[in-house]
Ligand binder design. Structure first.
Ligand code: ADP
Length: 401
């Protein structure tokens, strides 16, 4: 299994499926694609062979089984496929959202693991069932292929108890597993390790704050290579302001809004997840590009939305420097972190007292791996594009055989 190892990475949502096929001899992406509207009218698969234009096939896709079959067919297609036989596939890696306390690392999937994944469903009722369906669909199509699960929560299982226990009756932790879990772990792991590699320093010696800022955002304190705190919590609603999610609010807002707006708790939950954040404050868009351009034209609420985001991220950096007793490296990643020079500048402005100073010329770029700190900045400030799919492929290669 040394040569010609091809690994397919699958990220199943409830009505979508993203995939990437890697040649692990050189970590090149051979093909990738997206299946959308599974189980909904107008479903389609968009497939791209590296170096060629995308091809879109609109066809009924009633469930994940059909979706997987279409992905495998696309990979085998005479014109835009990249495999001549499915036997060329060495293993499949799945993104799994919630591993609870059952999984502190990625794992090769077997019957016991499937049972544990099912036990995690109450903690991620929208995501884990889709991940399980994806695994089952692959098992049906390719019964003998090794499969590996890579969890969004696993990297954060190293958090100390004082960072993950909430101030609610302790029985709820025991009975309902209520605690901080954290998410985006694969991304925080990837960029923190990449930062250490770029600096040529052992990660064990570094105190790193990683800012994954996208539609969903989270900040993590990585001390000596281990997550010691993270801004998302029991669910991905907690932490900083996001595209449509509120981030942290006073929990007493929930009953207050329910009464004031005559809503039930599910409606308030949906409001905080889908109608809040940048969208809620700006009243315009959940997309930071729209908010930035409206703010630049003088829209006061768009500017306020930006300010709330930047101030929130800045406070977490300060908090995590305190949690770790210092900070050596600050990393920005994901859609906003990689692309928005103005967010990075505003977040870092005022953090000079921590030794953080960025170079405005170096900062004026996007989507590139680069150190943007100014000469003399004690803290290395870095932009590192995240690559969760590659991380999943690497773990799959390590664990599948
Ligand atoms: P997800 O959490 O869905 O993976 P991404 O990491 O792709 O999201 O991030 C999406 C966010 O990145 C959007 O808010 C988008 O506006 C923002 N973004 C992408 N490109 C830019 C850019 N050039 N300037 C500012 N924001 C950007």
């Amino acid at each position: 299994m040394q040569f010609d190892m091809k690994i397919l990475v699958i990220n199943c949502g409830s009505s979508s499926l993203k995939y990437q096929l890697f040649d692990m001899d050189n970590e090149a992406v051979l093909a990738k694609g997206l299946v959308e509207r599974i189980g909904i009218d107008g479903s389609q698969i968009k497939h791209t062979k590296t170096g060629m234009d995308a091809v879109t096939h609109i066809t009924p896709i009633p469930d994940h089984k059909v979706a997987i079959k279409l992905v495998l067919d696309a990979l085998l297609d005479k014109n835009h496929g990249v495999l001549s036989s499915l036997s060329e596939l060495s293993a499949i890696g799945h993104r799994v959202v919630h591993g609870a306390e059952e999984f502190a690392t990625s794992v090769k999937i077997d019957a016991k693991v499937m049972d544990a994944l099912k036990r995690c469903i109450p903690l991620a009722p929208l995501h884990n069932p889709a991940n399980i369906m994806g695994i089952e669909a692959v098992t049906e199509a390719l019964p003998n292929i090794p499969q590996v699960g890579v969890f969004d929560t696993a990297f954060h299982q190293t958090m100390p108890r004082h960072a993950f226990i909430y101030g609610v009756p302790y029985e709820y932790y025991e009975k309902h597993k209520i605690r901080r879990y954290g998410f985006h772990g694969t991304s925080h792991y990837f960029v923190s390790h990449r930062a250490a590699e770029m600096l040529g320093q052992p990660i064990e010696k570094l105190k790193i704050v990683t800012c994954h800022l996208g539609n969903g955002s989270s900040i993590t304190a990585v001390d000596g290579g281990k997550s010691v705190d993270t801004s998302m919590g029991f669910t991905p609603l907690a932490g900083v302001l996001m595209g449509t999610r509120s981030g942290d609010v006073d929990p007493a807002l929930l009953p207050f809004i329910a009464k004031a707006e005559n809503m039930n708790l599910d409606q308030v939950d949906a409001l905080l997840n889908k109608k809040s954040g940048l969208l809620g404050i700006s009243g315009l868009s959940s997309d930071l590009r729209d908010v930035e351009s409206a703010a630049a034209k003088g829209d006061a609420r768009a500017k306020l939305a930006e300010d709330v985001l930047n101030y929130g991220v800045k406070k977490f950096i300060g908090a995590y420097a305190a949690a770790m007793g210092g900070i050596d490296v600050l990393v920005f990643t994901a859609g906003v972190g990689e692309n928005s020079a103005s967010t990075r500048a505003a977040v870092c402005d005022g953090l000079e007292f921590l030794g953080i100073k960025i170079d405005p010329v170096k900062n004026d770029m996007r989507g590139k791996e680069m150190e943007i700190s100014a000469a003399g900045s004690r803290v290395h400030v870095m932009v590192i594009p995240t690559n969760e799919e590659l991380m999943i492929a690497r773990d799959t290669k390590r664990l599948a055989f």
